[in-house]
Design a binder for this molecule. Structure first.
Ligand code: FAD
Ligand code: 2HG
Ligand code: ZN
Length: 476
């Protein structure tokens, strides 16, 4: 193996290789610290050609490759196995923005660019790249595309899949597929691009992408509403589409338990309302029309105020605030975006990243909470998420003070109860975080034999030697 490592070195140089145990460590564990793997080396190529040569060498030597971006994934997909026979291929040195086409509303980037850098570059060019999530300061666009990430603006702009026009992908045999086309229309046979989006690094390595940009909003409004129930939340959103003139860009639901954890663990956060309530909705409206133009003079904030006033009269809203400044808006968003961090600090939890039809959210929530409480009396249901997409993080926080080993025996019964219910509702057991390693068994259980057979056939056809991220998503 020392020969293999020195051949890697001859491709990527000293700068592109980490072989000491201390240096390797951050790449060998996932954000949630569920897994700790081992690897022959961490390889950090500087360009597509180097990625291709590394993969060719690995294919020849039968060494598997685990692609990794910002390593913020929730499903363990970027962590190598424990046997130490794989390499981690980190894309983080490939972090250049290659082109911004203001006229065509596109941006071409390397896979290792951090999402926030892309958002900022788009804003500097008076454009918007709308993908937005709590990990945006460290996740990479390659990871976002490979997990088909969602986030908080999906209901208006779509998920990662809808935000990309072209891809460049290094195949499991090392060949480079250049599909880096900035085309809105392209019906030339099977859509290869769509295969790699959401494939979690099991079919190839995304090295570059052409992203779709949108016009930058000129007006926006953020509100924080206490609502009596998930039913009220769904109705509030339903009416907001027309009231905002189709400008709802985010709608997030949160239970009180999550707010309490954020206030407890995240310094600087404060409760915006005087009294405590069971449920909250954070809504963002934004428009490309400036507040001062024509008949829109009232602006979104005024329209939102009028709408929430009506909703209060109908009993859909119990109390509400509308941010008057950008700082106030950010403070409201901090309460939402810090749920994941606060939950981690509080202790062990199980994540159920589920989706059901939006109209099914109201009956699903109480049934799901009851199912969790039945499986482990005293557990703490932590329900929050992208209600406008029918996607809730239906998580279960362990009873206060519990350790991971203490909680471990309850994971299977609790998750089965939730996933059985989701399936009965016609929903999905993974709305945005992917399957990775953590849900391989669940995917095999909850998807049909036909669906699994087609996935397996695809994997075998594209990666016959199972070089790309083996053991993730689907077993072959
Ligand atoms: P990694 O974690 O490095 O990798 C994720 C998967 O993609 C792995 O399977 C890996 O092998 C593969 N991969 C990475 N790069 C490539 C590549 N170039 N080519 C091929 N395969 C590759 N996710 C959401 O969808 N919505 C959210 O709202 C959201 N919020 C989050 C908030 C917090 C605080 C955190 C910590 C995570 C959140 N996530 C969310 C999960 C995570 O940020 C996303 O899944 C993100 O897209 C992962 O990007 P990454 O670069 O960190 O990928
Ligand atoms: C979010 O929406 C992320 O904040 C993470 O998808 C959710 O911690 C979670 O379960
Ligand atoms: Zn989410």
């Amino acid at each position: 193996m020392s020969d293999f490592v020195s051949r890697l070195r001859s491709i990527v140089g000293d700068k592109g290789l980490i072989t000491d145990e201390q240096g390797k460590h951050p790449f060998l564990t996932d954000w949630r610290e569920n897994y700790l793997g081992r690897a022959l080396a961490i390889v950090r190529p500087a360009n597509t050609q180097e990625v291709s040569e590394v993969v060719k060498l690995c294919a020849a030597e039968g060494v598997a490759v685990v692609p990794q971006g910002g390593n913020t994934g929730m499903s363990g997909g970027a962590t190598p196995q424990e046997d130490g026979r794989e390499i981690v291929l980190s894309l983080t040195r490939m972090n250049r923005i290659l082109d911004i086409d203001k006229v065509g509303y596109t941006m071409t980037v390397e896979a290792g660019v951090v999402l926030k850098t892309i958002q900022e570059a788009a804003a500097d060019a008076d454009r918007l790249f709308p993908l937005s999530l709590g990990a945006e300061g460290s996740c990479t666009i390659g990871g976002n595309l490979s997990t088909n990430a969602g986030g908080v603006q999906v209901l208006h702009y779509g998920n990662a899949r809808q935000l990309v026009l072209g891809l460049e992908v290094v195949q499991p045999n090392g060949d480079i597929w250049n599909g880096l086309r900035a085309l809105k229309k392209d019906n030339t046979g099977y859509d290869l691009r769509d295969l790699y989006l959401g494939a979690e690094g099991t079919l190839g390595i995304i090295t570059r992408a052409v992203l779709k940009l949108s016009p930058k909003p000129r007006d926006n409004a953020t509100s924080w509403s206490a609502v009596p129930s998930p039913q009220a939340a769904v109705e509030l959103l339903s009416g907001a589409y027309a009231a905002s003139e189709d400008n709802v860009t985010s709608c997030e639901l949160m239970g009180r338990q999550g707010i309490d954890l954020v206030l407890q663990h995240i310094p600087g956060t404060t409760d915006p309302l005087a009294e405590k309530h069971d449920w909250y909705v954070l809504m963002e409206w934004s428009s490309t029309r400036p507040a001062s133009v024509g008949d829109n003079a009232a602006g979104l904030r005024d329209k939102m105020e009028a709408y929430l006033g009506e909703a209060m009269e109908k009993g859909l809203v119990l109390d509400a605030v509308i941010a008057q400044t950008e700082a106030q808006s950010k403070a409201l968003w901090a309460l939402r975006e810090n749920h994941t961090e606060a939950s981690k600090q509080e202790g062990p939890s199980i994540k159920h990243d589920i989706s059901v039809a939006v109209s099914k959210i109201p009956p699903f929530v109480p049934e799901g909470v009851a199912a969790m409480n039945k499986a482990l009396p005293g557990c703490r249901p932590l329900v929050f998420g992208h209600v406008g997409d029918g996607n809730l993080h239906f998580n279960c926080q362990a009873p206060a003070g519990w350790t991971k080993p203490q909680f471990a025996p309850y994971i299977e019964p609790i998750s089965s109860a939730i996933y059985d219910l989701v399936t009965a509702y016609g929903g999905s057991i993974s709305a945005e975080h992917g399957i990775g390693r953590i849900k391989v068994e669940e995917l095999a259980h909850y998807r049909s034999r036909t669906e699994l057979d087609v996935m397996r056939q695809l994997k075998r056809a594209l990666d016959p030697h199972n070089i790309m991220n083996p053991g993730k998503v689907i077993r072959v």
